[in-house]
Design a binder for this molecule. Structure first.
Ligand code: PGA
Ligand code: ZN
Length: 399
């Protein structure tokens, strides 16, 4: 039985305040988790409130419903109590940041009571044996860095890696190779919010460099490495002019579809996230019809980890993959439901970090627990390696 829930403000990787929760149980179980935070957030995400307000509201409404009433190990009940305490459909009362921190902390406390690792508690004894392939952000711009690429993320995808460990190190090697290639070209640069290089180059040069870096590392390691994109199309889209606004030109929706389809062909892209605006299911469906058999078309801002939006997407054949961010929907149970619905309908799940992160590694366990085929959690940087190293540890423990 949960006996205490403590909430506090801690720092995230951007230096902004975020919500951290501690959950304590009667039998001495303890769990701690913190909420991440997005910069290129989807319009339909659950609502993140300023941490001080989210904490005050959760103390008033959620904590009394949990303490002395709910077992930490009963995740469905914990998350139902959070929904009941909030009373809205988008966590705008207690804040999705308070909700997700409590939901994840309760899961860890539940695992602690059982004396089981979190992935085991969440996935159960009969979970699959698969490990997710990490997608590693190596070059980026958009809302994550000023004066860098228009496309938000260029992602290494070590699809042929024989193990999680090999995959994680391959992504770091691609990240390092990109730095070498940039320096050869005399391009100085820092890093964006997710640790990817944020050079002041145009997208076509970024494609050249990432393709070369990937092929160099592929030759070294001897397994297949592809790459992919998070276009973050909603950030490029101007609803007034109905065009996608790039630094050098604009594209209407048909041109955007053709552009992405050409990129998939030219670079053999294995993954394309949010190629189009978050309101444009039809354009997503057109692109998926065109290249969906060659690559993953993934909805992040399109689906926001929300089963209602995913149902619409499935009905319209809008994509073949979904990004899963627990804080977009507010609880682990909701994130689980989205993954389950996706799997039942042949959609691949990609469990994901946010651009603003903490040392919290819950998503590594969530990905393993649900047999998600992919995890997107950066390539380097402490708040990213927290998840990557946890994946390596889980694989080490499990084998
Ligand atoms: P965000 O970006 O966390 O800033 O929303 C990540 C993404 O778009 O995938
Ligand atoms: Zn995205």
């Amino acid at each position: 039985l949960i006996t205490d829930v403590r909430l506090r403000r801690v720092l995230d990787s951007r230096g902004n305040p975020t919500v951290e929760a501690d959950v304590v149980t009667e039998s001495g179980g303890f769990g701690r988790a913190a909420a991440p935070s997005g910069a290129s957030t989807g319009e339909y995400e659950a609502v993140e409130r300023p941490p001080t307000e989210a904490i005050a509201a959760a103390r008033e409404h959620a904590v009394p419903r949990l303490v002395g009433t709910v077992y930490a190990g009963n995740q469905r009940e914990v998350d139902a109590a959070l929904h009941a305490a909030d009373g809205t459909t988008d966590f705008s009362e207690i804040g999705a940041n308070s909700a997700v921190a409590i939901s994840m902390a309760a899961a860890k406390a539940g695992a602690d009571v059982l004396g089981a690792p979190l992935f085991q508690h969440l996935g159960g004894t009969f979970r699959g044996e698969n490990f997710p392939i990490p997608l590693g952000n190596v070059v980026g711009g958009g809302e994550h860095a000023a004066d860098a690429t228009d496309i938000q993320e260029f992602l290494a995808a070590p699809v042929g890696a024989p193990s999680v460990e090999d995959a994680v190190f391959a992504n770091a090697a691609v990240h390092a190779a990109v730095a070498d290639l940039l320096s050869e070209r005399g391009v100085p640069c820092g890093k964006g919010d997710e640790g990817a290089w944020a050079p002041s180059i145009d997208d076509s040069e970024a494609f050249e460099i990432v393709a070369e870096a990937v092929s160099m590392v592929q030759d070294e390691v001897g397994f297949n490495i592809g790459f992919g994109l998070d276009v973050a199309g909603a950030e490029l889209y101007d609803a007034e002019s109905e065009t996608y606004e790039y630094s050098d030109r604009s594209r209407d929706t048909d041109e955007q579809i053709a552009y992405i389809a050409d990129l998939v062909e030219e670079y053999d892209l294995v993954y394309v996230e949010d190629p189009l605006d978050e309101d444009d299911y039809d354009a997503f469906a057109d692109l998926t019809a065109e290249v969906g058999d060659q690559t993953l078309i993934c909805g992040d801002d399109l689906f926001v980890t929300n089963t209602n939006r995913l149902v619409d997407g499935i009905d319209r054949n809008a994509a073949n993959s979904i990004l899963i961010k627990p804080n977009q929907i507010g609880t682990l149970s909701d994130a689980f439901d989205a993954i389950e619905l996706a799997t039942e309908n042949g959609y691949d799940s990609v469990v994901s970090h946010r651009s603003g992160e903490t040392e919290d590694a819950t998503i590594a366990h969530l990905a393993v627990a649900t047999d998600a085929p992919f995890i997107k959690t950066g390539a380097v940087g402490g708040e990213r390696t927290a998840k990557l190293n946890e994946l390596i540890r889980i694989a080490d423990d499990a084998t």
